[in-house]
Ligand binder design. Structure first.
Ligand code: UDP
Length: 243
């Protein structure tokens, strides 16, 4: 059965990582296109003002929560749901590709970052079948989509930042058959080793955002005031639903 909730009208799938991977396997075996969004408060807030993005969020095949802010928003509704970090989910997809000999593609980040990502994954999984990889700085989307289509990957990781990556995936989806596609934000920066992953203790406490903001202070402008505003909106929406 499909377990779904909504946060500020955005659908959220209440799956743990195993259930999410099961859904991916199912889509792969049935050769269905499958767009996964690893959703965070910034994206939910963006969906409130960008109608195209809201439609994408409503029409993707699976939205899993990628932040403690989303966990709190669900908790306000009495729902206990653990977050699945986008980087962890992307790693699971790479492992799945390696174990099942699926074709995988990496699109996004700077050239040296995506190159290093390929090298690192190939060190870990020497037989990983990377059929396509390229940096995320392009504006000839149609050409890139045609190149990807020719390689017919089973799994595509797209790290262009949101909402660019989700909008790119929607265009990709129109051309492909049976591909699992996920937007992974800055995960290639982590996989390449060029950005340090937050220590486990921060991940456990849900303070990964704080760690990243300290390392990249320019992020502060981005998440503030979005995060407090998101929580206030969620509280108001919960009270309105109860009333
Ligand atoms: N990026 C890209 N093309 C662009 C803009 C950004 O490939 O035109 C990449 C950028 O190099 C980084 C990622 O997209 O790897 C965005 O990372 P960000 O930290 O903004 O995403 P988050 O992890 O916060 O979702």
């Amino acid at each position: 059965m499909k377990k779904r909730a909504t946060v500020l009208n955005c659908p959220i799938d209440l799956y743990n990582a195993d259930e999410a991977i099961d859904k991916v396997r199912c889509a792969l075996s049935e050769k269905r296109n499958f767009h996964i969004i690893t959703i965070n408060p910034e994206m939910v807030m963006n969906a409130q003002k960008d109608k195209d993005f809201f439609d994408i969020v409503c029409n993707s095949e699976m939205n899993i929560i990628d932040s403690v802010g989303m966990k709190i928003a669900l908790k306000l509704q009495g729902i206990n749901q653990d977050q699945i970090r986008g980087v962890d989910f992307a790693r699971l997809l790479v492992k799945e590709a390696a174990q099942k000999n699926l074709k995988i593609a990496f699109i996004g980040a700077r050239e040296e970052v995506v190159k290093k990502t390929c090298e690192n994954f190939l060190k870990k999984y020497p037989l990983l079948n990377i059929v396509y990889s390229r940096n995320g700085y392009f504006d000839n989307d149609d050409e890139i989509i045609a190149e990807i289509k020719e390689k017919a990957p089973d799994i595509i990781l797209v790290g262009l930042g949101s909402p660019r990556q989700e909008k790119f995936i929607v265009e990709l989806k129109k051309q492909l058959h049976g591909a699992v596609m996920v937007g992974i934000g800055g995960a290639f920066d982590v996989f390449s080793g060029l950005v340090k992953e937050s220590p486990k203790i921060y991940q456990k406490l849900g303070l990964e955002w704080l760690y990243r903001t300290v390392l990249q202070p320019e992020r502060f402008k981005r998440i503030f005031p979005v995060l407090p505003l998101f929580l206030i909106k969620c509280i108001i929406s919960t009270i309105a639903k109860k009333g």
